[in-house]
Design a protein around this ligand. Structure first.
Ligand SMILES: [Mn+2]
Length: 430
């Protein structure tokens, strides 16, 4: 029973989330999920659970929460809209755009803020000190929520009280079906980096093992999880899902990814992931040769370039990967940061045209510069890029000392670079 393992604040959060969704009538369910393996697995777990409950959830896969995207998703009313693997810091934004038309549940494991509101519920382990980066993936959180929802009974929950739910043989069935998907998501977010997955993620693994859905193998000093239904290891499946979801984002290959997560690793899914990897390799190679031959735009502290829409159908996440790939190559000046811009295409799969034109920028540090940043001799990107972005009214993405990214309006790329250089000057003098 779940309560034997999960106590304290997380259990309270799951109870609150359930109470929240039982308190308001809705007749449709929408799931908004991230496009990496963890987001795809979390979305798939919710999709399957609410299908069992008699709904046919509409799925939206997005790379990040942006007001223009939220506007499109929240056009209807009377729905339950669940965000998973994203939205942690965007609760107020989502609440304000929705303005009470729908019920919103945010199941995220990234840093988060509480949100006040009668029609928004947040369940996030980070809010009570459980690291979402180490002990619980979005997929595990979705799994625990779904398990709690079903196991604690839906008879007294008006929106869910229909015939479909009663056919479920509760815990065992949920464990057999969904715990393995949670394991894939956890591994997708590298929660096995210490040699094996831990904490709440491990609980999902235990459940998967106990029903025969997963086997733990030890390879060298590292665990790998073999999943019966997929005939493959979790890390291999996670890589397929992340490739489909991120490299094939604009070609909507996340749909195939959800299919793989729910039905097992199809040959079609694996083949498509291989194709996409080849495509990425070709596009990366082409751009790399161009940079080698024609060079970068140069500032005092940064060398930068723009790929425009040439990386499509790959999502904007790949610009960071590309910068990471080239940052230590011989044609790169290792005393300066590397920055790359990529267009955010305003025509999103399933969502349609959004009312915003932006670009993503990713910064990386070549190895020698990385050392200086870590030694405190050069200001870190976690400070300089968010500051420059804010001065332009953009929004910062994940920001670390030696790797950071943000989104700004299209057309303001050069301004971002000069603003960032000014911030660097200020801090170097500082
Ligand atoms: Mn995640």
């Amino acid at each position: 029973m779940l309560k034997e393992f999960i106590g304290g604040d997380l259990l309270v959060a799951l109870e609150n989330a359930k109470r929240g969704i039982c308190s308001v009538e809705f007749d449709r369910v929408t799931v908004v999920h991230h496009n990496d393996a963890d987001g795809i697995c979390a979305g798939s777990i919710l999709y399957r659970t609410f299908s069992h409950l008699g709904f046919e959830p509409q799925m939206f896969c997005i790379e990040r929460v942006h007001p223009a995207v939220v506007e499109k998703i929240h056009r209807r009313e009377g729905e339950l809209v669940i965000y998973t693997d994203l939205g942690g810091l965007a609760g107020e934004l989502i609440r304000d755009i929705d303005s009470g038309r729908n019920l919103v549940l945010i199941l995220d494991h990234h840093p988060a803020r509480w949100v006040e509101g009668s029609k928004i519920v947040v369940a996030n382990p980070e809010l009570f000190g459980i690291s979402g980066d180490v002990f619980i993936s979005a997929s595990t959180l979705a799994y625990l929520f779904c398990r709690y929802l079903i196991a604690s009974g839906v008879d007294s929950c008006p929106p869910l009280n229909n015939s479909g739910a009663k056919k479920l043989k509760v815990e065992e069935e949920i464990d057999r079906e969904l715990a393995g998907i949670a394991v894939i998501g956890s591994v997708g977010d590298y929660h096995d980096r210490s040699g094996g997955i831990l904490g709440y993620d491990r609980y999902a693994l235990d459940r998967a093992v106990s029903t025969g859905a997963a086997k733990i193998m030890i390879e060298d000093s590292r665990e790998r999880y073999h999943l019966t239904k997929y005939g493959e290891f979790a890390d291999v499946i996670a890589d397929v899902l992340t490739t489909l979801g991120s490299v094939g984002y604009y070609s909507a290959d996340f749909k195939l990814a959800v299919q793989v997560a729910l039905q097992g690793a199809s040959e079609k899914g694996i083949k498509r992931a291989e194709e996409l990897k080849k495509l990425r390799e070709e596009k990366f190679r082409e751009k790399m040769l161009e940079l080698r031959d024609k060079g970068f735009n140069r500032g005092r502290y940064v060398q930068w370039f723009h790929v425009g829409d040439r990386f499509a159908p790959m999502g904007v996440k790949v610009i960071g990967l590309f910068c990471h790939t080239i940052k230590d190559m011989s044609f790169v000046d290792d005393s300066k940061f590397v920055a790359g811009f990529q267009d955010f295409l305003p025509e999103l799969p399933d969502i349609g045209r959004v009312d915003w034109e932006g670009v993503k920028v990713s910064f990386r540090a070549p190895a020698p510069l990385e050392k200086k940043v870590l030694a405190g001799e050069v200001p870190g990107l976690d400070v300089t890029l968010p500051e420059a972005t804010e001065r332009l009214g953009g929004s910062a993405d994940a920001s670390h000392r030696i790797a950071a990214a943000s989104m700004v309006e299209k057309g303001r790329e050069e301004e971002l670079i000069s603003t960032w250089e000014a911030v660097m000057e200020e801090m170097m003098r500082g």
